[in-house]
Design a protein around this ligand. Sequence first.
Ligand code: ZN
Length: 392
Amino acid sequence: MPARTLVGRRSLAVTVVRGEDGAMDGFLVGRVRGIDLRLNWSVMVIAGLVTWSLADGILPEEAPGRSTTTYWMVAALTAVAFFLALTAHEMGHSLVAIRYGVEVKSITLWLFGGVAQLGSSPSTAGSALQIAIAGPLVSVAIGVVALAVAVPFGGLVGFAMMWFGTMNVFLAVFNMLPAFPLDGGRVYQAWRWRRSGSRIEATDDAVRVGRFIGGLLVALGLLQAAAGVVLSGVWMMMIGWFLREAARAEGHQAHVEVPLRRYRVVDVMTADPLTVTPETTLTSFVAGRFMGGRHAAYPVTIEGQPVGLMTVDDIRGVPEERWSEVTVGRVASPMGELVTAAPDDHLIDLFNRFGRAGEHRALVIDDSGQLVGIVAPSDIARLVSSLELVTG
Ligand SMILES: [Zn+2]
């Protein structure tokens, strides 16, 4: 009965607290104390598997003699309770975070468990530790209460409660593995941070341990799958892989994205870039700009106001014999296709706009509509490599 080995007594659910980049898609189901509660579509897969494995395997085996409908109803209720408990776990992290002045944007349930998305990082090792440990404490408390109540009940309902209680205790224990960004990894990071006084060193250390344990889970899953317990093995491999990637992303965030938040567009842009007028022919543009210049893109302006952007790609579509009659204004990308920014915009916001637009250049325009700079990939690469140099 593979489903049972998958989500039966060994169900692994990962609960992580993620930084600002940890946004996850999901439809809004409610809002508690300003925190959006979201469900990712993938949670349906797991809810379905949990219900199925309970209704079709575990419950009839442990408490026989009931109708199929009864098993499915109890199974569905138990699955709902499990996901509510997962939400309560994330709520535990979130409420402590809020108490320490850390904004909590959302809680999302998805394929591997729950994610609480924070708007900023805890400012002290002590608060980081308490935020990390609050979730597992909630799960243990729910589990212990459920197990205590289950005993006098007995029968089908008692067994369902016992399963629910065990799962919550297991949830707490598994998530206390020191595999960053699991809760245990965050506890380890906070502990290292408190000891060494360096948050970035503590993070690097936690990322290393997290990636190692993630790799270990992949290897264990592979062995399990090879031994014939395929679904459970594949599940463990997926979680191990997810942890490795999440740990890597956390490390990158700590080194590059967090320091990046201090920067504004004006800090990285190339000021007063070379420009070209729309009536310039391609012949004189190529001769005058491309040959002498080091840049791959030139803002097109009329009296300092940007009207487009001319890149090497815009010339490629035009045969060379027509260059003398085609003007820059006819082939340049119009403003509607470009990303723009104000000098005071936060760089991180510009990056988000790049991501959405699939762009990597921006024209920087001041309040009066004048072009004051351009942000090119080389400007960003220079900053990122200097950040990596400084912090890493
Ligand atoms: Zn947690």
